[in-house]
Design a binder for this molecule. Structure first.
Ligand code: GLA
Length: 438
């Protein structure tokens, strides 16, 4: 039925009047929580809160992470060496080499495929691997990795796309978590590209819940780098909330295989070290600072510098995730990655991250308290010349007159009992790493 023009105008006026009369009530009901029970309060905060940051899963006193990774995760990840050039053949070869080279037996557990394994979603929205690179499917690959006595990890992103512009998990969190669990995934690295206006804590909590709901133990690696990027709404600091949500969080943007510097959004090794060091108090059993993966064996730094990366990553209780081609390792690379004395420091059960206790220009002393009451100590020479560096007991929290046994963790020998301080000559860009105890 058609109305006359006058009738239509009258109807419009009536609707406007009605909405003016009702507006205050509508506003009030939109701002009033729907009920007094905590569940609806949470829903209100999540959906209606004037400030997105009101929804803070980490403020829930009952929330805990998954109880995994009591010591920093150890393993291998495809990104640093292979980038998007990754396929099932390469992953199988790495898994073989992890078992054959002694890496697995030294504690490197997780074989993690980073970005670019993804293909399309099927008609029901299930994520599928790229059929050209992973023709046998992810489940078969995970089974193979497990058959070598290793664990299997995978990568996704909280946004619509991954950083390599493959499909992300946004809007498919529970579906993807279920797929991972069915495939036998033990570790998820979850990245932060193409996330638009999402709130980081909320996005990571959602995926953490999805992983928990599968009933499978899956270590959760939060790959929010703790920086602002032009595409992001605000700077997130995952170390502020990560403990209740995941097991490790990135402290910086990506590492690249260089001693120092910046290349695009990537940082050299010492730049990352310096940004991570002040965060040491956030680390602890089950929740670790992640200064990104190891570059040892990738060729951009000297072996002396790679000794420094391994030692300092162990000092700050970083995850030890090798990033080289394990099937083609040199003896020098193997000797670094398989140094069990240094690995023992990284994996120390106290879970107390170390930090810098003295800095004289380019000469530094780092200290990490250990479960046996002793200390791991690194003398670090950033300069271009060999230098003597001294660690004073008093800088390490010991009385000056106490005698302590010294073990050199790279020379693999005991240096006897020493009182008051320890001095050693350190190569340029190098370290001397010792363990002190009774
Ligand atoms: C980001 C991450 C890297 C890597 C790439 C993959 O840059 O920080 O570690 O996963 O994405 O595209």
């Amino acid at each position: 039925m058609f109305k006359s023009k006058a009738g239509q105008r009258w109807q419009t006026w009536m609707l406007m009047l009605l909405s003016l009369l009702l507006a205050p009530t509508m506003r009030v009901s939109a701002q009033t929580p729907p009920g007094n029970d905590p569940g609806s309060q949470k829903l209100f905060n999540m959906e209606m809160g004037p400030n997105r940051s009101i929804f803070r899963p980490s403020h829930d006193p009952a929330r805990t992470a998954n109880g995994l990774a009591k010591t920093p995760p150890m393993g291998w990840n495809s990104w640093n060496k292979f980038g998007c050039n990754i396929d099932e053949k390469t992953v199988r070869a790495v898994a073989d080499a992890m078992a054959a080279s002694g890496m697995r037996d030294a504690g490197y557990q997780y074989v993690v495929i980073d970005d670019c394994w993804q293909g399309k979603r099927d008609a029901d929205g299930n994520i599928l691997p790229d059929p050209a690179k992973f023709p046998s499917g992810i489940k078969a690959l995970a089974d193979y990795v497990h058959s070598k006595g290793l664990k299997f990890g995978i990568y996704s992103d909280a946004g619509s796309m991954t950083c390599g512009r493959r499909l992300g998990s946004q809007g498919h969190e529970y579906q993807d978590a279920l797929a991972y669990a069915r495939w036998g995934v033990d570790y998820l690295k979850y990245d932060w590209c193409y996330t638009g206006t999402r709130n980081s804590e909320e996005a990571y909590a959602l995926m953490a819940d999805a992983l928990r709901s599968t009933g499978r133990d899956i270590v959760f690696s939060i790959c929010d780098w703790g920086v602002s990027r032009p595409t992001m709404v605000d700077k997130s600091m995952p170390w502020e909330w990560g403990e209740k949500i995941g097991n490790l969080w990135r402290t910086t943007e990506d590492i690249y295989d260089a001693w120092a510097g910046r290349k695009g959004t990537s940082l050299g090794m010492v730049n990352i070290l310096d940004l991570t060091e002040p965060l040491y108090a956030y680390a602890g059993p089950g929740h670790w600072n992640d200064p990104d993966m190891l570059e040892i064996g990738n060729g951009g730094m000297s072996d002396v510098e790679y000794h420094a990366q391994f030692s300092l990553w162990a000092m700050i209780a970083a995850p030890l995730i090798a990033g080289n081609d394990i099937s083609q390792m040199s003896d020098a690379t193997r000797a670094i990655l398989l140094n069990r004395d240094v690995i023992a420091v990284d994996q120390d059960s106290l879970g107390h991250a170390g930090h810098r206790v003295r800095k004289d220009g380019d000469l530094e002393v780092w200290s990490r308290p250990l479960a046996d009451g002793g200390r791991a100590v690194v003398l670090f020479n950033r300069s271009e010349r060999p230098a003597d560096i001294t660690a004073n007991w008093t800088d390490l929290g010991f009385p000056a007159n106490v005698a302590l046994k010294v073990r050199d963790l790279w020379a693999h020998k005991s240096l006897g009992s020493v009182t008051g301080h320890f001095t050693a000559k350190v190569a340029p860009h190098g370290v001397v790493m010792i363990r002190l105890g009774q």
